[in-house]
Structure formats: structure tokens, C-alpha cells
Design a protein around this ligand. Structure first.
Ligand SMILES: NC(=O)c1ccc[n+]([C@@H]2O[C@H](COP(=O)([O-])OP(=O)(O)OC[C@H]3O[C@@H](n4cnc5c(N)ncnc54)[C@H](O)[C@@H]3O)[C@@H](O)[C@H]2O)c1
Length: 344
């Protein structure tokens, strides 16, 4: 499989390394930053480098393209690559709006090429063990879930696209909330979100506090997004999902925990624990062997491209995931419950 990577920043380089590790040839790369192109050329031996992604997607010798650029570029670059007949692995969040995600999948269908979204948590061994448990054993009817992904001091790329509203779409809600909500709905095996109620806050970013180490800060750049978001989603099934995410907050340490409660059992992630009551209270620790999720993701993408395997991230899921986040953002801005049908 011959691949081109668009966006050679922090995650673009991770993709190049892992694609090579699973036996793909990374023959082309694109970035607007000359230094990144130099880096991937000399460190990964990428032969052809471009500053304009349209030149990369036009190459007739590529099977696939990875889109690892700032969020606002995802839909446009993905659609252009699909139109040029390339399979696409696009980073999360899929886009800025649910409508853009729909357009991406319309292009995937029209041009007969696959689209995988880089929701890396799905490739962790513990999440896969839990998902297998849900499919093979089940937890009954999932009626409540809570996803909590809180950082103490982790604002990425202060002043860069990460903290510009037009380029990121939102702060932690889109950046890490997309991972937390996706894994929760995936483990519930239910993406039927009906409505959202949410609040967002910016208590650290505007004061230049709470900074993390990820991304490329731009001195003097703006902070236009939230640094904490809390959302409640009501599902069509009647279930409730709570999501809380932050880039910064006065807590002891970074915290990530998802619980999914069904009427016959409960799940906990990370760590793949299952709880139930079988006459007595039962705790189960599912077995799994740790593996680098980015490597597993690269292997899956290779199978999607070479063997026509169906991408683990499905159209209906990705449209609803983006719609749920978009509805939450609008709910916070307008101070009201927003129905998913309003953003679809
Ligand atoms: N799945 C994950 O675990 C994960 C982790 C980190 C980031 N991401 C996602 O990956 C994307 C990139 O994040 P990052 O942390 O690598 O950001 P980054 O800022 O480190 O890298 C982005 C790169 O895109 C380049 N770029 C910007 N505009 C471009 C254009 N028009 N054409 C070509 N290149 C362009 C920039 O110069 C930069 O090198 C984001 O959407 C982010 O949400 C996913």
C-alpha cells in the first residue's frame, strides 16, 4: 500500500512511523511548514514532499491518504482525496459540523473509496476486550453512562489552531470529548442521541494558564475556545450520557474514566472491568494484551485499503458523534436544550 500523509505535525509523524511499521510505503507528505517537510524527508525517507495538498492527492500512484491537519481542514482535504480515488484515514474530530461529516461520507460512497476516522481509543486492547464482551455477553439495556476526561494543565498549542475557534471548532469538547464520547457510545453500542444540554467555561486559557506540552504554541496567538465542557445527552432509548472534559482544572491529576451501566452489568474503561450481580456481587477483569493503539490503527487502515475490510468507524456513528458534540456546543452558547435534528 502506497500512502501520502497530509499534515506532518505531532500526529502526522506518529502515522508515518506506524504505517511504515505495518509495511505500508509512505511515498509522499505535505505540510505548509518547510521544516516539517525537511524532517520527514530526512528522518523517515519520504521521497516526495509538497506544500499544497492538492498536488499530493493528485498523484496517481497513491492508494491512500492520511489527513492529519487542523480540524477545519479535515472535510475539504478528505473529500478532495476521495475524489482523486484515494482511501482516507482522517484524524478526529471527523470535521467541524455533522453536515460536513455527511458530505465526507457522500464522497466516500460516490467515489467508491473507504473512510476511517482516527478514533484511536477504539484500537486499545482494553476497549476492544470490552466491546467484544458487549457483543458476545452483553450488559442488558445500557441506561446510564458517564465519561470523564479531565486534565489539570493540558491546553495544547496555545495561540495555534488548537485555540482558534474557526480552526479547531471548539476546545476540549471537540479535541478530547470526541474520543471520550465515541468510546462511551461504542461500548453502549448505541449512537442514537436525541438531545444535548451543556455548559462550557474558559477560566484558564484567557489568562494564559493551564498550558500543556502538546502542539506547537504560537506566541501572541488568541485563546477563543472553552477549557472545560460539561454535557448531558438524552438518548432515543431514554438512556442518559454525561460527558465532562477539560484541558485545565484545579484537580490532583489528569483523570480518565468511563462507566457504562446496563441493567445486567456495568463496564469500566480504561482497564476492561465488568461488574454484575449473580446471586453475589461479581467483579470481572477481562484479559487483554497491551499493544500500541496507533500501530493497531495503522494495521486496520491497511486492511481497509488492501482487503476491503469495513472501517471500524461507521458513517451513522460518525455523523451522530459530530452532531452530538455540535449540539452540545450550541446548547452551551444558547443556554437551551438542543435537539440533534437541529444540527443534522
Ligand atoms: N487520534 C489522536 O490520538 C490524535 C492525537 C493528536 C492529534 N490528533 C488530531 O490530528 C490533527 C493534527 O493534530 P496535531 O496535534 O498533529 O497538530 P499539529 O499542529 O502538531 O500539526 C498539524 C500540522 O498540519 C500542518 N498544516 C496546517 N495547515 C496545513 C495545510 N493547509 N496543508 C498542509 N499542512 C497543513 C501544520 O503545519 C502542522 O505541521 C488534529 O485534527 C488533531 O485533533 C489526533
Amino acid at each position: 500500500m502506497r500512502v501520502g500523509v497530509i499534515g506532518c505535525g505531532s500526529i502526522g509523524k506518529v502515522h508515518i512511523k506506524n504505517l511504515k511499521a505495518v509495511g505500508a510505503e509512505v511515498v509522499a507528505a505535505c505540510d505548509i511548514d518547510e521544516a516539517e517537510l525537511k524532517y520527514v524527508k530526512s528522518n523517515f525517507g519520504v521521497e516526495h514532499v509538497y506544500k499544497d495538498y492538492r498536488d499530493l492527492v493528485a498523484r496517481s500512484d497513491l492508494d491512500a491518504v492520511v489527513v492529519a491537519t487542523p480540524n477545519y481542514l479535515h472535510s475539504r482535504m478528505t473529500i478532495d482525496a476521495l475524489r482523486e480515488g484515494k482511501h482516507v484515514l482522517c484524524e478526529k474530530p471527523p470535521a467541524l459540523t455533522a453536515r460536513e461529516v455527511k458530505e465526507m461520507y457522500e464522497a466516500s460512497r460516490r467515489y467508491g473509496r473507504s473512510l476511517l476516522i482516527g478514533l484511536t481509543l477504539r484500537f486499545r486492547a482494553d476497549s476492544r476486550a470490552l466491546r467484544r464482551y458487549v457483543e458476545e455477553v452483553g450488559i442488558g439495556e445500557p441506561y446510564y453512562a458517564r465519561a470523564s476526561l479531565l486534565r489539570r494543565s493540558g491546553i495544547p498549542g496555545y495561540g495555534s489552531w488548537f485555540t482558534r475557534k474557526a480552526e479547531a471548532g471548539s476546545g476540549p469538547l471537540y479535541d478530547i470529548g470526541v474520543h471520550a464520547l465515541d468510546i462511551t457510545l461504542w461500548l453502549m453500542n448505541d449512537f442514537g442521541v436525541r438531545e444535548a444540554w451543556a455548559s462550557t467555561y474558559a477560566k484558564f486559557g484567557p489568562r494564559g494558564r493551564g498550558l500543556g506540552t502538546w502542539g506547537k504554541p504560537v506566541p501572541g496567538g488568541p485563546f477563543e475556545v472553552e477549557d472545560l465542557a460539561a454535557a448531558m445527552f438524552r438518548m432515543e432509548s431514554g438512556a442518559t450520557v454525561l460527558l465532562e472534559v477539560s484541558w485545565a482544572g484545579h484537580i490532583a491529576a489528569d483523570h480518565f474514566r468511563v462507566i457504562v451501566l446496563g441493567d445486567r452489568g456495568g463496564l469500566e474503561f480504561p482497564g476492561a472491568k465488568v461488574y454484575g450481580e449473580e446471586g453475589v456481587l461479581v467483579d470481572k477483569q477481562l484479559k487483554y494484551a497491551e499493544e500500541d493503539p496507533y500501530l493497531v490503527e495503522a494495521r486496520h487502515f491497511k486492511e481497509v485499503v488492501e482487503k476491503g475490510v469495513e472501517p471500524v468507524t461507521k458513517q451513522e456513528e460518525m455523523v451522530m458523534l459530530q452532531a452530538a458534540l455540535e449540539a452540545a456546543l450550541r446548547s452551551a452558547a444558547e443556554g437551551r436544550v438542543v435537539r440533534i435534528s437541529e444540527v443534522l
